[in-house]
Design a protein around this ligand. Structure first.
Ligand code: FES
Length: 108
């Protein structure tokens, strides 16, 4: 197996709906995983990119969270319509999608 160019990690961690931190799973992140998988399949991208589910990335309030390596770019509030944007601009085009990147002050 060739080394993937990029890894896409989608948080699917799920907490109860009334949990104060929220969670990506409650916000529909499993559909985001399915959306990436569908596009990878249709565009024959599995050989270039790896798709993985992951547990909590620490930015629960801003989920669904998607992390792309090797750049370490974390995307927030990813919706189905954002999937092709991330694939086209970041995975294929090499430029992170600035409008979807998590704000820096999340970590302060
Ligand atoms: S539950 Fe997804 S980042 Fe915490």
């Amino acid at each position: 197996m060739a080394r993937p160019e990029k890894h896409v990690f989608v948080c699917v961690h799920e907490r109860p709906a009334d949990h104060p931190d929220g969670s990506c799973g409650i916000k529909g992140s499993k559909q985001i995983v399915d959306g990436f998988a569908k596009e990878f399949q249709e565009r024959n991208l599995w050989g270039r990119f790896k798709l993985n589910t992951t547990s909590c990335l620490g930015t629960c309030e801003h989920g669904p969270s998607v992390l792309v390596y090797p750049e370490g770019v974390l995307y927030q509030k990813v919706q189905a319509e954002d999937i092709n944007v991330i694939i086209d601009k970041h995975l294929l085009g090499g430029k992170p999608v600035e409008s979807l990147k998590i704000s820096r002050d999340v970590w302060d």
